[in-house]
Ligand binder design. Sequence first.
Ligand code: HEM
Length: 541
Amino acid sequence: MENSTPPAIPSFHSTLLSLPSSLHNSYSHRLPALTYLSPLLRPYIYVPLLVTAYILYYRYLTGLSHIPGPFSGTFSNFWKISAAWHEEMPKRNIAAHRKYGPLVRVGANMISVDDPAAMSTIYGFKPIYSKTAFYPIVEALYKGKLLANLFTTRSEQYHARLKRASVTAYSMTALADLEPHVQPVIDLFLKRIDEVGAGGTKAFDIGSWLQFFTFDALGEINFSEQLGFLETGTDVGKSIGTIDGLLAYLSVVGQAPWMHRFLLGNPVLPHVLPLESSNEVQNFAIKMINKRKSPSSTTKPHRDILARLLEVSEKDPSKLTFEEIIALTTTNLIAGSDSTAIGLRAILYFLCRTPRAYSRLQAEVDGAFNSGALTTPVKYADGTKLPYLNAVVTEALRAHAATGFVLEREVPEGGVTIAGQYIPAGTIVGVNSWVMHANKSVYGEDAESFRPERWLGEENEGEAWEERVREMKRCNMAFGAGPRVCIGRNISMMEIIKFIPALVRMYDFRLADPEKEWKVLGHWFTKQSGMDMIFVKRVHA
Ligand code: HEM
C-alpha cells in the first residue's frame, strides 16, 4: 500500500543540511560547523534571538540610549501606537515628561522635548528642521496622484514656493475682505441655537453646532457659500465624518508611518477601492472650483480665498496649478474646521466651569456695548481691544490646545544638543503643545488650570511680568511655531473674536450638568464631546 502521508515540508535547517551531493562534497569541510549550528537554526531559537538582537540594537546602538523613556519606547514605536490607540496621547505625554524629565524617548527614533530653550532650535528658521513621514499620510489622491499641500509637504523648497503663491489669500488685507461675509454665519448660528434649544428650555449638544458654524464660515471664506450645516443641522455630505475617519487613521498609523504602505497607502488599493471618489471634502472643493470657473455660473463670489488663488494662477499658471488650488482649499476645510471648533468649545466649557471668569467677561462685553466700544455686528478690530476677552481666548487655546501630538521635525545634518544631551541627525524631535503648555517654569504652578488673568499682569509685577508674558507667548504653541506655523491663524482669530462677544451679549449659557466633565479625544486633534448646554436669551434695557 502506498503511503498516503504528504511529504514533510523541509524546514530551513533541514534544507541546508540536505544540499546536493556536489555542493555537499565541495562544502563538506564546513559541514561539521553547520551541524554544530543546527539547533540555532530552529525557529523557537532563532526568532527570540533575532528579537533580542533587534531590541538591543535599537535600545543601545542608535545613539539614543542615553535618553530615558518608557521601556517599549526605547526600542520600538509601541508606546506611541498604544497612546494613540487608547486616545490618550496628551495625558500620557505629559505624564512621561513628569517622570523622565525634559527629554523622553517615546519611540525607537523619536524624542519628545519639554525644554523652552529648544523651541527656537527645533522650530527656527536656520536651519529649518523639516517635517517627518507622519504628515504625508493625509495626502489625498487626485487623478491617481498624491497631492502634497502646505500642511503635508516635507520639502522646504516646495513649501516655500506654495506659501509664496498663496500667502496673500490669508493676509490681514484678505481678512478685511472676508470679515463681512463671516457675519451672516454668526447671525445664523445665534438664531439656530435659539430654535434648537427651544428658547432656552432644552439642552442640546453645542459641540456639533460649533463645528457646523466653523464649516459654514469656511464655506464663505473659501468659496463665498454657506454649506448648509447650520441650516440643516446635519453633517452635510458627510464632511465631518470623513475628516474624523481620516484623522483617526493618521493618529494611529502616523506613529509608525511604514504601516501606511500596507494599509491605505498600498499602491494596489486605489485599483480595487474607490479611495479617490470617497474623499467627500476634496470632492466638495473640486465642485466649488469647477463651479467658479464655469462660464455659465450665476453665483457672485466675493473676494474669497479661492478668488485670490485663482488670480495668482491666472496671472502665472506656473506659480499655482489647478491641482494645487484643490489641495490648498481642501486643506483649509480639514485644518480649519475642527481646530476652530475645538477652540470655541474650550472657551465655552472653561467659562461655564469658571463662573468668576464668565462674570468678568460678561461685564467687560456689556460695558463695551453700553459705551459704544462694541457695536452690533461686532467688528474684529473692536474685539481685539477688549483685554479680558483676548485673555480668555488665548488662555482657552493654551489650556486646551487643538493638536495633541508632538509636532514632529527631523534633526538635520550635524545633530543637535538639547537639554544638555546630544541627539544625532535623522532623529525625530519635537514638542507637544500640551506638554509645553503644562510647563510650570513657563506658565506657573497652576499651568494646568484655566486662568485668563495670567496674561493680564494684574499682580503689580512690573518688568518681571512683561518678561514672563513674553516667555509665555514665545512658548505658546496653540498655532504651532516657526516656518510651519498655522497659516490660518488670523482667520480663526477673526472668527472667534467676533463670535464670542456676540454670543455672550445675546445669551446666558450653562452646562446642562455642571458636574459632568467633557470627553477629550487624545488624538492629533483633541476634539471634545459631551457638551450638552442650555442657552437662554438675555434681555437688555
Ligand atoms: C483655532 C484654530 C486653529 C488652530 C488651533 C490651528 C492649529 C494649527 C497648528 C498647531 C499648526 C501646525 C502644525 C504642525 O506644525 O505640525 C497648523 C498648521 C496649519 N493650519 Fe491651522 N489652526 C487653526 C485654524 C486654521 C484655519 C482656519 C486654517 C485655514 C483656513 C488653517 C490652516 C492651516 C495650514 C494650511 C497649516 C499648515 C501650515 C504650514 O505647514 O505651512 N488652520 N494649524
